[in-house]
Design a protein around this ligand. Structure first.
Ligand code: 5AD
Ligand code: SF4
Length: 442
């Protein structure tokens, strides 16, 4: 009765957390299985960021009823942000859920699983912590290609953007001991990994106080980058208010720190940004973009944006489109505003942009961004990039795909190349999403 199956939804942070959960349970003798039918426990690590993320989990729970009918010993547990947001209420609403465990309570999972099984009870553990970083847990790399891995460097968020549920589901911000981060990165390097991504909700506010002073994010990046010149380092996510020149300078000095910055803009309108409690305006944001380009002219820039936030006017929406035209992002995650319970927006603002208007605005942003991405990619044709090969192209076994430092996917004929290798590839063609290349022979 010790087989566990883990299913993960949401952001990279959640995927990193599932690897911690797997590690914690393995230590107690649990086995990870890849077939849900073999599972005694199904753990679903959930996202609460938008309503549709939660609806997707609810649908999945309905689907799982059939599995449970066939395997009466199967117990289902909800982890992550939805567990934290809804707590034991979730077990009332979803009868087939036996336990809910929030993001700071994973150490209690072995005990909870045993309790649920032996006593036949339901259990909810959702206390948030101000100190938990799981820094002593070596994650079990789930579904890994053995080439890239995530390292969680901090947890929580206390920026309280008006629309966002994360401060309530993941608690106060806390940084992890840099020694344990560097040790984890070094161990990955020794195991042959070629790329690590340092993760946090707002990595720029990473801070660790020690006897010798303070380690900030720029210093941490430098220490990880210096482990090996052949191990790439990426990071996510940056908050524009805290993106420092010091970090840009460190990035520009290290070839193995990837030239790609994810800088969520959310809106191009100053009134919206203020209402969203973002602590920057469009001029500040554009100044940060200019700084990135000054330090690293070849750096790619990606973003998140929300269409139809409370009281957004047509004019304000156009300002977002203008922002996209000015920055010319390489990639964007684009969302319709979704009102979330307990946020500042829910308590104080009106969700007054009709759904069809939100949809139309979102579509306009998507169309513009599609055009920009294609134009950006066309400019790549003829350039040669160092590519870290990740695997076979989905379309053909004869082709491989990998990424350049800018995180752009490049597909090329495989020849004798193997995943995990660095190769030089010349870009010969493109779509809006992918570059097509030819292997350089020298
Ligand atoms: N509605 C829509 N999008 C949201 N995001 C966060 N909260 C909401 C919400 N309530 C988006 C933001 C954030 C990304 C992770 O999700 O753009 O950067
Ligand atoms: Fe990740 Fe945010 Fe979703 Fe939580 S709510 S899983 S932090 S995206």
């Amino acid at each position: 009765m010790k087989n566990i199956y883990i299913e993960t939804y949401g952001c990279q942070m959640n995927f990193a957390d599932s690897e911690i959960v797997a590690s914690l349970l393995k230590k107690e003798g649990y086995e990870l299985v890849t077939e849900i039918a073999e599972a005694d426990y199904v753990l679903i690590n959930t996202c609460a960021i938008r309503d549709n993320a939660e609806q997707r989990i609810r649908k999945r729970l309905r689907e799982l009823r059939a599995q449970q009918a066939r395997h009466s010993q199967m117990r289902i547990g909800i982890l992550g942000c939805m567990a934290e947001r809804l707590q034991s209420q979730l077990m009332v609403e979803e009868e087939n859920v036996s336990f809910v465990v929030g993001p700071d309570a994973y150490r209690r999972l072995p005990e909870i699983l045993a309790r649920v099984r032996q006593l036949g009870v339901k259990a909810a553990e959702t206390e948030l912590s101000t100190t938990e970083t799981y820094d002593d847990i070596e994650p079990v790399r789930l579904g890994s290609n053995g080439i890239s891995a995530y390292i969680s460097i901090m947890r929580g968020c206390q920026n309280y953007c008006a629309y966002c549920v994360v401060p309530y589901t993941r608690g106060r911000e806390r940084s992890r001991d840099p020694e344990t981060i560097v040790a984890e990165a070094r161990s990955l390097c020794e195991q042959g990994y070629k790329e690590v991504t340092l993760l946090g909700q707002n990595v720029n506010s990473y801070r660790w106080k020690c006897d010798g002073g303070e380690v900030g994010f720029a210093e941490l990046m430098e220490r990880v980058a210096e482990i090996s010149p052949t191990m790439r380092v990426r990071f996510a996510t940056s908050h524009p208010k805290d993106l420092s020149d010091r970090l840009l300078e460190v990035m520009s000095r290290h070839d193995n720190i990837c030239k790609c910055i994810h800088l969520p803009v959310q809106s191009g309108s100053d009134r919206m940004l203020k209402l969203m409690n973002r602590h920057y305006d469009s001029a500040w944001y554009l100044d940060r973009i200019a700084a990135i380009r000054r330090y690293m002219p070849d750096c790619s820039i990606t973003t998140d944006v929300i269409a139809g936030f409370c009281t957004e006017t047509e004019e304000e929406h156009r300002m977002t489109l203008e922002m996209f035209s000015k920055v010319r992002y390489d990639y964007a995650y684009m969302f319709k505003f979704s009102m979330r319970p307990n946020t500042y927006a829910e308590k104080h603002l009106k969700d007054d942009v009709p759904d069809e208007v939100k949809t139309r605005r979102l579509e306009e942003i998507i169309a513009l961004q599609g055009q920009i991405a294609l134009e950006n990619n066309r400019r790549e044709v003829g350039k040669v990039y160092e590519v870290l090969v990740e695997g076979e192209s989905h379309r053909s076994k004869e082709r491989l795909f990998g990424r350049n430092s800018q995180n752009k996917v490049i597909v090329f004929d495989r020849h004798e190349v193997q995943p995990g290798m660095y190769v030089r590839v010349r870009v010969v063609d493109c779509t809006a999403a992918t570059l097509l290349g030819e292997l350089c022979t020298q």
